[in-house]
Design a protein. Structure first.
Length: 301
């Protein structure tokens, strides 16, 4: 295949971080790269069997996003071919739909010379995704805290997190819609207040780089963990084992079914291997935060 006109590189994300439900996202240094080629028709080609069941025509989420952005700005866009390589586990709680949406926004922005500011990209992505946590982190990188309610948006990007991360990834996938169906429609005021306090302290701890406190607050979620953890194999045993290893905190990654563990920087590889040995149902992935969000590369990839 000839060299692409340009490529878009988008990081994976984990969202919620426990009590930061639908508002906090963290970009991870696992990447999806999309090469953009001239073509007579829209098409997508994926490298790897994991993505083999995804649409490759105009119903593909990346292409849908590109066309939605073009329509939004009353622009016409010629078809292109997209070649996708990805390190991001699909359907495992690492924002694969958000990375596709972020890639589509960046491709449209580049092809149409829109020069969209970062906040506008996040707004467009949040409207397409339906919530802002994953897509904000994918586009901006680092830790993002967002408010996206009734079309009103606020974004705060926090200082670069100096931590290590471990992902425990099961063999099965879980649709976000299925996971959301487990959540209650209402919470008692006292329980919601406790969750709000945990989320507030967690964000404040991030601001002062106190990730030990972040980890403790991650494990005080009342918004989704109690209702989803039954779907996650050995959840309570893994949390206890993580504490024994000196991990800072463990929570569900996004809507699941994977687990996200914060550890001291430099220990992530050792913790991942020990967890994988103790709980072989899961694949352990050592990773670091991605301080940079989606980027355009003009050279070959």
């Amino acid at each position: 295949m000839e060299e692409p006109m340009f490529s878009v590189v988008v990081p994976a994300t984990t969202a919620n971080l426990g009590p930061g439900y639908d508002s906090i996202g963290l970009a991870l240094a696992l990447y999806m790269t999309v090469g953009v080629h001239r073509s007579a028709q829209w098409c997508v080609e994926y490298d790897g069997e994991e993505y083999a069941d995804l649409p490759t025509d105009e119903t593909n989420l990346i292409i849908q996003t590109i066309n939605k952005v073009a329509t939004r700005f009353s622009k016409e866009l010629e078809p292109h071919a997209l070649y996708v390589k990805s390190e991001i586990p699909l359907g495992k709680g690492f924002g694969s739909s958000a990375t596709a949406i972020a890639a589509g926004i960046e491709i449209a922005n580049e092809l149409l010379n829109l020069s969209l500011p970062p906040e506008e990209k996040v707004r467009i992505g949040s409207e397409i995704e339906g919530h802002s946590d994953n897509v904000a982190a994918a586009l901006l990188g680092g830790v993002t805290v967002t408010y996206f309610i009734d079309g009103k948006m606020e974004i705060v990007q926090l200082p670069k997190p100096e931590i290590g991360c471990v992902l425990l990834v099961p063999p099965s996938t879980l649709k976000t819609t299925e996971s959301r169906g487990l959540l209650p429609k209402d919470l008692p005021h006292s329980i919601a207040s406790a969750g709000n306090a945990a989320s507030n302290v967690m964000v404040a701890a991030m601001m002062v780089d106190d990730w030990k406190l972040v980890g403790r607050m991650m494990e005080k979620d009342v918004f989704h963990e109690p209702y989803r953890k039954s779907l996650l194999h050995n959840f309570d045993r893994i949390r206890k084992y993580c504490h024994g290893l000196g991990a800072l905190g463990m929570t569900i990654s996004g809507a699941g079914p994977s687990l996200f563990i914060v550890v001291e920087k430099g220990t992530e590889e050792n913790v991942a291997r020990r967890l994988e040995k103790e709980f072989p149902f899961y694949m352990g992935i050592a990773v670091t935060p991605a301080h940079t969000g989606s980027t355009i590369k003009k050279d070959a990839y």
